[in-house]
Every structure is written in C-alpha cells, then in structure tokens.
Design a protein around this ligand. Sequence first.
Ligand SMILES: NC(=O)c1ccc[n+]([C@@H]2O[C@H](COP(=O)([O-])OP(=O)(O)OC[C@H]3O[C@@H](n4cnc5c(N)ncnc54)[C@H](OP(=O)(O)O)[C@@H]3O)[C@@H](O)[C@H]2O)c1
Length: 371
Amino acid sequence: MAFTQPFVLRWGVVSTGRIAMEFVKDCLINPATRDTTDVAHKVIAVGSRNGNVQRAQDFITAYGSGAAIKAYGTYEEVYADNEVDAIYIGSPHTQHYDNALAALLAGKHVLCEKATTSNAAELRHLLSVAKEKKLFFMEAMWTRFQPLTKEVKRLAEEGALGDPVVLHADLSHDFQPETLPQTHRMLDPYLGGGALLDLGPYPMIWTVLALYEHPSNKKALPTSISASMVKSPITGVDSSTSWTVNFTSALRAQAILSCSMTIPTAQFGATIRYQNGNIIIGTPIFKPSTLTVQYFDKPGSGNVVREEKRVFEYVGGGWYYEADEVAKCVRDGKLESDLWGHDKSLLLMDTFDEVRRQGGYQLPAGVEKVV
Ligand SMILES: NC(=O)c1ccc[n+]([C@@H]2O[C@H](COP(=O)([O-])OP(=O)(O)OC[C@H]3O[C@@H](n4cnc5c(N)ncnc54)[C@H](OP(=O)(O)O)[C@@H]3O)[C@@H](O)[C@H]2O)c1
C-alpha cells in the first residue's frame, strides 16, 4: 500500500521525567533522518501531576523545540484532550497501571514504559480493557525496534547458527544509591524500586528475541525460572539480582541473566551461544551499537573460522523507532505490535513476579492494584 502523505500520530505525554524528555525530543526529530516517510509524530500535550502546569510548561520550553504543545497540570486533562490519539506513559513503574487504565478508559491508545506494571495481574487487566475497547497497547520496549536488533533477529533465524543453547546478558548501572534520597524511584519500594524492574527488562528482551521467538522454540513459554536477590541495606529493594530462564519444551536452552544498581554494566553485554557460533551484542544492551557474529568450522567445535562485526549509528536517541511502530500499528488498526506483542510483555511480568517471589521482594501493601 503506497502512502502519499505520512500518517501523523498525535501524542499526549504524561509525566515530565527523564525518559519522557528523551521520548519527546525523539518524536520531534524529522522522520526522514531515519528514512521513515510513511509515519510522523506530533506532540499535542504534556501533563504533570498535582496541578503543576508550570512544570509541564518548563518541560515543553526546554524540550519542545518550539512546537505549540499544550501544558496541563493533571494527567486527566491529557487523557481528555480530543486532539490526542495516543498516550505515552513515563511515570515510575507502580504508577503505570493507574495511568494506563485511565488513558484506555478515556479511549486513547497507550505506549507504556517498562516495566509495564507492578505485576502480571495488573498487566493482564490492562490488556483485557485494551482489547474490550479495541485500543492499541504496547510496552515501550524500544530496543526491539532498533535496526541492530532486527539484524540480530535475521541472523539468529537464517539457519547458519543452528539452535540457541545458552544466552548471557547483564544490564547494570551504578546509581550510587547511598547518595540518593530514599524517595528516589530506584530506592523507594512504593515506586517499585530496585534493579529488577528497572534494568531487568533489557536482559529479558534478548532472551525473548533469541530463545522465545526462535522458530525452533515454537512459541513455548519458559519451563522454569530460578532466581536470587541481594537487597539494598537502605530500603530493602533488590540491589543485585540474577536469574535463569529455561526453555526446554522445544529447545534445550537457558538464559543466564543479571542486573545490578551498584556496579557498572558487564562488558559481555548480551552473548548468545548457538550450536554453530555466537552472536555478541555490545554494551549498553538497551541500545547497542556493535554486533559481532562468529561461526565455528563445525557444529560444537568452538573453533571460530569466520567473524563479522558491524557498527550501527543512530541520529538522536533511538526512541523514535518505537514511536514509529505505534504509529504504523494505529494507522493499520492493529491492537498490538507484531514485534513486541502482549505475550512478550506478559512473559516479562510473569518472570519478574517469579523472580521477586523467589528473591523475597514483596512490594508494600496496596502498591499492586490487581493481585
Ligand atoms: N525506555 C528507557 O530507555 C527508559 C529509561 C529510563 C527509565 N525508563 C522507565 O521510565 C519510567 C520513568 O523513569 P524516569 O527515569 O524518567 O523517572 P523520573 O525521571 O523520576 O521521572 C518520573 C516522572 O513521573 C512522574 N510521576 C508520577 N507519579 C510519580 C510519583 N509517585 N513519584 C515520582 N514521580 C512521579 C513525575 O512527573 P510529573 O511530576 O511531572 O508528573 C516524574 O518526573 C520508569 O518506569 C522507568 O523504568 C525507561
């Protein structure tokens, strides 16, 4: 189907934090810089909580590139704006459920930051509402839409590497928690603080891509998970977490994953080990720029006879790829993305529930709105 004019998706943004800033800045980049001509983005409104119109206005002044964007002092006004098609939610994890539910009930499509919700039950409820109201819903798993990731998917499935066997992935960052207020979203259990819900989605995106999505896995869910957490002495949230995810229904594959908020990230990034070679994804694994593929001389030898390295460069931050996916899906009347569909977000949240259960990390009473 040929499009003479791009389809313009009109966004409402709730919250004025760091990642909302990155998203808005990226939405305002000319799509032609990434060879996109069929969709475009317009930011219509930005909302801040607690009647703080000034905060929303300051955000627009700082990051709005001079566009005429409306400032609101409540999120509700953003949901109610008739000019808005889709809501971007950039609040802390434990606010996502309430924000997304309100947006859906107001008839808006939703792009919701990771971790999508506090738990899988909240996500299941949101998905049922989105389905009932025939609205698009997607977790903002931006890494999945980057060109490097699409190339990993192609290489992983073209056949030369065989089946995946072991995947290692880590995402860590030293947030220096001892210097943060206890109300910071990384430390506050009421905001879902800790390493897992913030950093854990990224080791999981590579697990989903390389193991869950692999054709030999036949869409089978993980067969077992084992997990361990080290808690922060400051507020008891997880400071370092490791977990394994086994896929043994159709594959014989295991993901070995970790995240920490008190140390820089591990240099191995994400390494996927196949029968016939390796795919090595550079750091940071949320937006890698290097991709190395190694091929063995024969299956299982470990003897690398061919190595190909590619470097990917991006204009801007790279969040616009997920925005483009939302625009294309909304334009085409889809309710979920083919690349990062509801089953994948549920796989993440079900895994995180189990990791928190085994690690003994319970969110405070009342934080989880659906249990
Ligand atoms: N995709 C990515 O690359 C990426 C990167 C970092 C973070 N994230 C995700 O994005 C979300 C926000 O992270 P961030 O780093 O942008 O956080 P942040 O800088 O702390 O911003 C969060 C914003 O949420 C709003 N908010 C709503 N309810 C809140 C509450 N009870 N307490 C504090 N703030 C509240 C606030 O804006 P107003 O007061 O203006 O409403 C605040 O500025 C998290 O879920 C995180 O996992 C994604």
